[in-house]
Write a protein that binds this ligand. Structure first.
Ligand code: NAD
Length: 482
């Protein structure tokens, strides 16, 4: 299916209308006795309409993703829809609390008799740009967060999943008010026009580090604030002191992180750094675990493919070039679905291997061995600094702390991989090359609001203000310090 792109010349007008809708809404709610209560009511309404627009069309969404890249039905449910529902429901539940000004206990004596609070106010009209790999969750979770913050949204879904992007546009334009949401379809030209528009009050971008830098440059021209959720190579450490009795379970957790969505996951376990004393057991167990996960891999298996032919060809070449030893499940059919690559564990890999250059974003999992942990840490920091996530399998607390102290990462899981994405009350985001800013839970609300300090001053304190007012006589500095 080809996707109808929005005409580039219409984009500025769409942005203008989105901004105008926000401003009109502010005027409307200001007419109510309690503008905040009215604002809350409208935000809850739009969040509910977003929730039901997805929930009521679940089967069609699963089908669209299947058409786009043979996305596993099970993965669509557990890795996109359930997580999205939980997030929207959490926003609906917590919003009445979040929208209230937060009272501050100010320690400066100057405000001893003041009423100090932080009011998280809407930003205005925000741009959300999303990637192809989890197009429902990574598109609509920020959209929901922006709604929770009271903003109007222009959403640019990914052009690489045309069936899903078209379907979501159709559903949302009929079920969510256009005063809250506008959808712009397109690729580089359309996104460029959007990010060059000076009217946005925020850009929330999820995608590659390379494009993230372009977004940041354009945003800087108008001082538009942004959140960048980017990529990177997330390492897994299996250290000398990890208990061998847990190795099979560990491999299951690591393979789940590496091969879900055929490796097309920003926080995939991208490569494993393993102490040489552990590699023998890992080699013995790996084939077994692959066979347990995929007793048969053929066209009928519920297994995701690469997003398009270019990604497929690029990944295939990368795998052909590796000098490592490849291990795949035992029963892989000779003919798989179009653009499908089997899960492949690769042993005996060196740091200069084709699989160790950039984010793999394919179902490959290279293993490099180390002897000296300091040396392994230096290699990570030299080749792939500031990953989006890091995973540690170690039974030694000090060893774990040592890695965590020396390797900066967006997130860190000890004893598992990938599932931290579903944590609802913890921030999700990268660090430098892997992103800036975060969202999820109350961090989503912060990402889409401005923290305005509000101080109410009583008048009965006027007598005490003598010290700050002219004339500045020699005794005044002493009074101020008293
Ligand atoms: P991408 O950067 O190619 O595309 C993302 C969005 O940017 C799309 O909507 C696309 O139309 C737009 N875009 C592409 N090139 C552009 C350009 N030159 N100028 C302006 N806009 C442009 O990313 P992708 O291939 O869709 O997704 C994969 C990448 O995203 C991986 O690097 C992955 O790690 C990252 N990612 C990060 C997260 C996260 O939460 N941190 C989540 C998912 C994916």
């Amino acid at each position: 299916m080809s996707l109808q792109y929005t005409c580039v010349d219409d984009i500025d007008e769409i942005v203008k209308t989105s901004k105008a809708s926000f401003e009109e809404r502010q005027v409307e709610i200001s007419k109510f006795k309690s503008p905040r209560s009215q604002d809350l009511k409208l935000r809850l309404e739009v969040l509910k309409s977003l929730y039901y627009s997805v929930k009521d069309h679940e089967a069609e969404i699963i089908e669209a993703l299947l058409k786009d890249f043979k996305r596993s039905k099970h993965e669509t449910v557990i890795m996109e829809l359930v997580v999205l529902y939980n997030s929207i429901l959490q926003y609906i539940k917590k919003l009445p609390q979040w929208i209230k000004p937060e009272k501050i206990k100010e320690s400066s004596a100057l405000f001893m008799f003041s009423n100090v609070s932080v009011d998280r106010i809407s930003l205005g009209s925000v741009l959300v740009i999303s990637p192809f790999n989890y197009p429902v969750l990574l598109g609509l979770e920020p959209v929901a967060a922006a709604f929770a913050g009271g903003n109007s949204v222009v959403w640019k879904p990914s052009e690489l999943v045309p069936n899903t992007s078209r379907l979501l546009e159709d559903i949302l334009t009929s079920e969510v008010s256009s005063k809250w949401l506008k959808v712009v379809q397109g690729a580089v030209a359309e996104t460029t026009r959007l990010i060059q528009n000076p009217s946005f009050d925020k850009i929330f971008y999820t995608g590659s580090t390379k494009v993230g830098a372009i977004v940041a440059q354009e945003a800087a021209k108008h001082l538009t604030p942004y959140t960048l959720e980017l990529g990177g190579k997330s390492p897994v450490f299996i250290t000398e002191h990890f208990s061998q009795s847990n190795m099979r379970a560990a491999l299951k957790r690591i393979f789940f992180g590496a091969f879900s969505n055929s490796g097309q996951t920003c926080v995939a376990s991208d490569y494993v750094i393993v102490h040489e004393s552990q590699i023998k057991l890992i080699k013995e167990l790996s084939k077994d675990v692959l066979d347990e996960f995929w007793p048969l891999l053929n066209k009928e298996t519920d297994y995701t493919c690469m997003v398009h032919e270019t990604a497929y060809e690029g990944a295939k070449k990368k795998l052909e070039r590796t000098n490592g030893t490849k291990v795949q499940p035992s029963n892989v059919a000779a003919e798989l679905s179009k653009n499908c690559l089997p899960p492949t564990v690769v042993f005996d890999v060196e740091w200069n291997d084709s699989l160790m250059k950039e984010e793999n974003f394919a179902p490959f999992l290279p293993f490099v061995t180390y002897v000296d942990l300091d040396d392994a840490i230096e290699k990570v920091n030299h080749y792939h600094k500031n990953p989006l996530a890091m995973y540690i399998f170690s039974a030694d607390k000090h060893e774990t702390e040592l890695i965590m102290t020396r390797v900066k990462s967006g997130a860190c899981m000890i004893g598992d991989t990938l599932v931290h994405v579903a944590a609802q009350d913890a921030p999700f985001g990268g660090v430098r090359q892997s992103g800036s800013g975060s969202y999820h839970g109350k961090w989503s609300y912060s990402a889409f609001t401005h923290e305005r300090t509000v101080i109410r001053q009583p008048f009965w304190t006027e007598l005490m203000n003598g010290v700050r007012n002219p004339p500045y006589t020699p005794s005044k500095p002493k009074m101020a310090q008293a």
